[in-house]
Design a protein around this ligand. Structure first.
Ligand code: ZN
Length: 465
């Protein structure tokens, strides 16, 4: 017995068609009219849109830092993802210098075991370069971890230098893997922090000054230089500024292959939020993440980049620290505030409400940015990120013509605030299916035990237009 979704508009990255869809087991079995068989369950969707389930390729669940741990673990994080229409997440295995990649991976296998409501995969962090890391990279690719991450910021813990990036990128080319980069010049950041604090500038708003657009731009240019030399694609995570995007566009015209991700907060929030005072003058700490929020001009330039096809994916960088802890640390100075904000639950409805409904992008483009492109770039396609016969029945039914407000009260993320408090939502996440199983019904999460599976990923296969 299968399930037939009737009377819906099937939306892919390429087109929208009015059709029915039959799910058999975990897969999409057929698409067309009159697809039902005897005994099938029929669900009449009355003209709703069906999208491929969202893929959030940038989350940090259960992230342990020296003094603090994220409030969302894999259980609450993936549950929130599903409730928001995201059926697959890719999280970053965190590791320390001197630690074997395989040991770090084991830690993450433990963290995720039996806990994930969505399907999931891992990117592996490379925080140093040596012979052992090099040979372990090969092992990771064999285990379906086909993407890596390097940080150009966070001196003394994660930051790598140009030589290390060059070596890793050479290896990546040999393996057909992909490395994503956090682009901020960590040396500059330290200098700026010391300089600002010594002048008594310790308030929340100086977070942005310590990590200005120039700090990102410089790292982006360093990365472009290396990518050009090695002649192999790189992926830039959470691009935040016009300046950096312009540098990427220019390099692309010259033949350098760069894939770019941005996040809802660089499109919808701006640095004025750091001025928010709240009860104790510290409300701005809610919005501390890296890179920081920029100007409205940057917001607009990123939307423009999206329209022009210069931005490939939108992910959340969900990294939830409670406001109470952010605020507590903000009392010392801005540099002590844990970096990161939550949003895994709200990405799809935000992009629908502020991208599609505001007519900046089409619904097909939304699918491309939030699902199909990440699937291709991170080796999940066509199992994920697509609605076609044989693909996983990971589906999101979104209801248009609806008005609600995003708030902490109606979120299920395990964190004491949402940075999108009061934002209007025009797209109800009505139903969500993960591999054929309905986990959200009439807007309510109805999952019982976690059934998410680890996805061993293929190598990237994606050509920019
Ligand atoms: Zn991140």
């Amino acid at each position: 017995m299968g399930t037939v979704l009737k009377g819906c508009y099937i939306v892919t990255s390429e087109k929208t068609v009015r059709s029915d869809l039959r799910i058999d087991g975990e897969k999409i079995e057929s698409i067309g009219l009159s697809v039902e068989k005897d005994g099938d369950e029929i669900i009449d969707l009355k003209g709703s849109y069906i999208l491929p389930g969202g893929i959030d390729a940038h989350t940090h669940f259960d992230l342990e830092l020296p003094n603090i741990k994220t409030s969302d673990d894999f259980k609450s994080g993936t549950k929130s993802a599903i409730a928001g229409g995201t059926t697959t997440i890719i999280d970053f295995v965190n590791c320390h210098r001197g630690e074997k990649l395989s040991d770090a991976l084991e830690t993450y296998k433990e963290k995720t075991k039996g806990k994930c409501y969505s399907d999931y995969g891992f990117h592996m962090t490379l925080c140093e370069w040596n012979k052992e890391v090099e040979s372990e990279m090969e092992e990771m690719v064999k285990q379906g971890i086909t993407s890596f991450k390097m940080y150009m910021a966070y001196k003394d813990t994660l930051q790598v230098n140009e030589e290390e990036i060059e070596q890793a990128l050479k290896k990546s080319k040999e393996l057909g893997a992909l490395i994503s980069f956090h682009c901020e010049n960590g040396d500059e950041i330290i200098k700026n922090i010391n300089d600002l604090i010594s002048k008594g500038k310790s308030a929340v708003k100086y977070h942005e000054a310590s990590r200005s657009s120039e700090v990102e731009y410089e790292a982006v240019n360093t990365l472009i230089k290396i990518a050009r030399k090695i002649n192999y694609p790189v992926f830039i995570v959470h691009l935040s500024s016009k300046m950096s995007l312009d540098a990427v566009i220019k390099a692309r015209r010259e033949g350098v292959k760069i894939f770019v991700e941005t996040c809802p907060h660089y499109l919808l929030l701006n640095k004025d939020f750091y001025e928010l005072k709240g009860d104790d003058g510290l409300e701005g700490s809610k919005y501390v993440m890296s890179p920081p929020l920029r100007s409205r001009e940057d917001n607009n330039a990123l939307w423009e980049g999206i329209k022009l096809g210069e931005i490939d994916t939108i992910a959340t960088d969900h990294c939830s620290f409670n406001y109470k802890d952010k605020r507590e640390n903000a009392k010392i100075d801005f540099s002590k505030i844990p970096n990161g904000i939550p949003s895994v639950q709200h990405r799809m409805e935000l992009i629908f409400s502020y991208g599609v409904k505001d007519k900046i992008i089409s619904l097909n483009e939304m699918v491309k940015l939030t699902s199909t492109n990440p699937a291709k770039i991170f080796g999940l396609y066509p199992k994920k990120g697509e609605i076609k016969v044989g693909s996983d029945a990971d589906l999101l039914i979104i209801e248009d013509g609806y008005k609600d407000t995003i708030s902490f009260e109606n979120s299920i993320q395990e964190v004491d605030y949402t940075p999108y408090e009061g934002f209007e939502s025009n797209g109800k996440i009505k139903r969500v299916f993960l591999r054929g199983k309905e986990l959200v019904k009439d807007g309510e999460f109805i999952g019982k035990e976690p059934t998410g599976q680890y996805i061993s990923r293929n190598k990237w296969s994606y050509e920019r237009r």
